[in-house]
Design a protein. Sequence first.
Length: 141
Amino acid sequence: MRMLIDCVSDFDAAGWRWPHFVPRELACHCGGRFCRGEYWHDPDFLDALEALRAAIGRPLVINSGHRCALWNAHVGGAAHSMHRTIAVDIRLAGQDRHALLKQAEVTGFTGFGLGQNFLHLDRRAKPARWVYSGSADAWRT
Ligand SMILES: [Zn+2]
């Protein structure tokens, strides 16, 4: 069941079945400035993320997961950013960005934001792909 948790510390992680991730790394990263660690729990999203992790066979570092409203605004996120529910920006240091993108496409993601140092992934109704300003060269093959 998808649900918003006000404080990730209060989340009952009994039955957590995604071994390579913990709720805290997907919760708001504002560090208590604007919220108490909001977390959007979405099992289908976690299934896709875990499948991607399994296919890649190496750690995925989450730069940004869920964002509370004020943190989203603070970091310049779009008003209706998928980060307001759940999306991830995966750090690209040490990753084969093209392999990661290709795997993400077959493990259930539909939104792809190509950044210089990160890959944004979400699961939206209408598939979309975009390149962040200044990042095109990094993705040129
Ligand atoms: Zn926050």
